[in-house]
Design a protein around this ligand. Structure first.
Ligand code: CP
Length: 289
């Protein structure tokens, strides 16, 4: 099995190589994989990751099958392993998978085509972290010494877990903030007010109700205590930026007005996702991942 499963298993140089290739593609470098065929297999809903992988494939000239899981033989009880081995047997060069089970890819060791993880349960979301890193690097030109606070439903977040590990590895200081029922040992805890006044990156997370997250307060109370209000935005450091993997719940973890304010990099993050996914697909097809 090869491809991109998580960032923990990658050397720091490999991560920097992906970011460098993504930046060069964004800068105009052209790559073509017109002889290749890939599939997407999304067992969980997605707007950004799914469609930006499709866009990345289109831009690389790859022919793709966007498989409708609900209409596949999964409904007849076919396992993930048998589904993926089938795609390999009929000639695909790689598959992009999102699945609710943490580390679902451990079942796929005997698969020989590229596997690209588009999110596994509350485990990891490697391409989201890579696009976050690309966005931070574009903004600040380096990682070392930057302070980031990840705010909100940390415990259910594959983004928080992936980002904290890799950001620390790249020399960033990482903190978490939010109600105690959403915090774990991912990073030291600070208050949101301390975060907005001291951090270079304030990264908001949505409350993941679909993973059984329970709010111990009303949405209005959550917004007042743990949401990025415009009053908090105005207290951020001069060059500090707002990030969010999205989807955004406007008015809960972030004020609607803050989503597109001058500090926000939420939509640029999504744009960078296409370049990062092009880089990851290219390196996987070349056997470099
Ligand atoms: N950020 C992210 O993973 O969004 P989607 O769930 O829409 O893919």
């Amino acid at each position: 099995m090869h491809g991109l499963l998580n960032l923990k298993n990658l050397k720091t140089d490999q991560i920097l190589d992906i970011l460098s290739l993504a930046s060069s593609i964004k800068g105009g470098r052209s790559l073509s994989y017109s002889g290749k065929r890939m599939a997407t297999l999304f067992y969980e809903n997605s707007t950004r990751t799914h469609n930006s992988f499709l866009m990345a494939m289109m831009k690389l000239g790859i022919q793709f099958a966007d498989i409708n899981v609900a209409g596949s033989s999964v409904s007849k009880g076919e396992t993930l392993y048998d589904t993926v081995k089938t795609l390999e047997a009929i000639g695909f060069d790689g598959v992009v998978i999102r699945h609710s089970q943490n580390e679902y890819y451990t079942e796929l060791e005997n698969v020989n085509m590229a596997i690209l993880n588009a999110g596994d349960g509350s485990g990891s979301h490697p391409t989201q972290s890579l696009l976050d890193l690309m966005t931070i690097h574009e903004e600040f030109g380096s990682f070392k010494g930057l302070k980031c606070c990840i705010v909100g439903d940390i415990v259910h977040s594959r983004v928080a877990h992936t980002n904290a590990e890799i950001m620390r590895r790249l020399g960033m200081e990482v903190y978490i903030a939010g109600p105690k029922e959403f915090l774990d040992d991912t990073a030291p805890v600070i208050s949101l007010d301390e975060a907005v006044e001291s951090c270079d990156v304030v990264m908001l997370l949505r409350v993941q109700f679909e993973r059984n997250a329970v709010l111990s307060m009303s949405k209005e109370e959550y917004h007042a205590q743990y949401g990025l209000t415009m009053e908090r935005v105005n207290r951020m450091k001069e060059k500090a930026i707002i990030m969010h993997p999205a989807p955004v719940n406007r008015g809960i973890e972030i004020a609607s007005e803050a989503v597109e304010c001058s500090r926000s990099r939420i939509f640029p993050q999504m744009s960078n996702g296409v370049y990062v996914r092009m880089a990851v697909i290219a390196m996987s097809l070349e056997g470099e991942l």
